[in-house]
Design a protein around this ligand. Structure first.
Ligand code: NAD
Length: 490
């Protein structure tokens, strides 16, 4: 096990933490420890924020063009480092290799997208009350130090969605990676961003309650951009509220996948398997509940079970693997608890529901299909975040839309259909931030991504993703200092 002694990245260099406590990281495919990082405390967070605050004074006044070139350089370094980063992600995070390769490529493209978008970032000039003598300007300014709190399921990509726009807008950052994936995060930042001025990007590793909450509480961190669970988002919102911090919260989902009566069963099941099993179902936009017309129910269940059985599960370090392990034992326990609850309430496990044969080490779970489910079961209401496909019948599309909206969360929803009237009705009526018609999970760099309801209202990607890291200032400028006739006395 590699106990790297100086795990924090502050002010452009690796530094030792103020504490001896460490977070051990294991390989989810084997369960074996593979390294450790410092469990940073308040003093370390203070140090990182001081560095980021100092760096902000210079970084905010660099030109957008200069920042763009530096972000392109980071993107180029990311692509050059991709083979090493992909291997590191496979060991630490556990997705299948093609999914890891996409993650690194998409992270690099996010850097390039925001490098270019920010070159055009602008405020506006307003019509003034006295057009000859007054100027009214709307300025878009960086906030200062952004606290970026990141989950483990896409440790580089979801960091890139914050890092790229925040930097392009002129902010500096202190990053708190997930305690499950700090090694690859440190590796990326240290190897691909060390050409930036010292202190512009800093990393403090550690726990959520320790380093994470110290960052949220820090008075010199006006923005907290966090992706994670609803419970953590609620905790952060509670802690940050008295300080009126600007919060971007990208929280959990319970995305629905609806097959319309006109859809092909076989093609829809191919889409469903991808939507539900990518990253072992550990995507915030994973298809977590499936609604199919009653007349198609049995055929969809049968086809989904056959598709799930054909998924090649194993250590993603090997060849020909479609699906790796879950990220930690506690997540596998939650999946087993949801399946146990569903069974106890009358659901049928059509396939899966177990640890796959021969994969007792690590945190593997078999792709699972459930039928006979309803909204009285946790698997249809709480985020499962695992490779589970629960399928429920509906009789009319009204019913399906009501099921989609019957959730406190509102991240995304997928519809399989080629019926324009039905499709329009669906996207008009569902209360989610992203609607996929026929092609689930697909993001667009220019398309804002985020949720409604308890998922939080933050938006990443697109112009909204840049706007999230800019604050607005209105300047009313009278070119003349003369006394006005509308001042006292009346
Ligand atoms: P998590 O909420 O457990 O942790 C997320 C991050 O928050 C981690 O870095 C953690 O250390 C930190 N944290 C925990 N407690 C904290 C506290 N009190 N103060 C400050 N920071 C704290 O989530 P996770 O298990 O890492 O990720 C999975 C969750 O993320 C799922 O719910 C998933 O749906 C959600 N997610 C959402 C999106 C989205 O864009 N909406 C994308 C990916 C994942």
């Amino acid at each position: 096990m590699d106990h790297t002694p100086s795990g924090l990245w502050i002010d452009g260099r690796a530094v030792a933490a103020s504490t001896d406590q460490r977070v051990v990281v294991d390989n989810p495919a084997t369960g074996a420890p593979m390294g450790s990082v410092p469990a940073a405390g308040k003093a370390d967070v203070d140090r990182a924020v001081v560095a980021a605050r100092r760096a902000f004074d210079g970084w905010r006044w660099t030109s957008a063009n200069e920042r763009a070139e530096l972000l392109h350089e980071a993107a180029g370094r990311t692509i050059a480092a991709a083979p090493r980063l992909v291997d590191a992600l496979i060991r630490e995070q556990g997705k299948a290799r093609p999914e890891q390769e996409e993650e690194v490529e998409w992270a690099a493209t996010t850097l390039r997208y925001y490098a270019e978008l920010a070159r055009n970032n602008r405020g506006r000039v307003l019509p003034s009350g006295e057009p000859r003598t007054q100027l009214n300007l709307v300025l878009k300014e960086p906030y200062g130090v952004v606290g970026a709190i990141i989950p483990w399921n896409f440790p580089l990509l979801l960091l890139a969605w914050k890092l790229a726009p925040a930097l392009a807008a002129g902010n500096t950052l202190v990053i708190k990676p997930s305690e499950l994936t700090p090694l690859v995060t440190l590796q990326w930042i240290r190897s691909c961003f060390d050409h930036l001025p010292d202190g512009v990007v800093n990393v403090v590793t550690g726990t959520g309650a320790g380093a994470g909450e110290a960052l949220v509480r820090h008075p010199d961190v006006p923005v907290i951009a966090m992706t994670g669970s609803v419970a953590t988002g609620q905790r952060i919102a509670t802690v940050a509220a008295p300080m009126m911090k600007h919060l971007h919260l990208e929280l959990g989902g319970k995305d629905a996948f609806v097959i319309a009566p006109d859809a092909s069963i076989d093609d829809s099941v191919e889409a469903l398997a991808y939507a539900a099993l990518f990253n072992a179902g550990q995507v915030c936009t994973s298809a977590e509940r499936v609604y199919v017309p009653s007349a198609m129910h049995d055929a969809v269940v049968e086809a989904a079970a056959a598709r799930a059985d054909a998924i090649r599960v194993g250590d993603p370090a090997g060849e020909g693997i479609d699906m790796g392990p879950m990220a930690a034992q506690r997540f596998r326990d939650k999946v087993a608890a949801h399946i146990g609850d569903a069974k106890a309430r009358g659901a049928t496990v059509v396939t899966g529901g177990t640890v796959p044969k021969g994969l007792d080490d690590g945190y593997f779970y078999a792709p699972t299909v459930l039928s006979g489910v309803d909204h009285g079961m946790a698997v249809m209401t709480d985020e499962t975040f695992g490779p589970v496909i629960p399928i429920m019948a509906y009789d009319h599309i009204d019913e399906a839309i009501a099921y989609v909206n019957d959730s406190p969360m509102g991240l995304g929803a997928t519809l399989r259909s080629s019926d324009p009237a039905l499709i329009k009705r669906f996207f008009d009526e569902v209360t989610v931030g992203t609607v996929w018609i026929n092609d689930p999970l697909t993001d667009n760099y220019a398309g804002p991504f985020g949720g409604m309801k308890l998922t939080g209202g933050g938006r990443e990607l697109g112009e909204e993703g840049l706007e999230s890291f800019l604050q607005t200032k209105h300047v009313h400028w009278d070119l003349s200092p003369d006394v006005k006739d509308y001042w006292y006395p009346y």
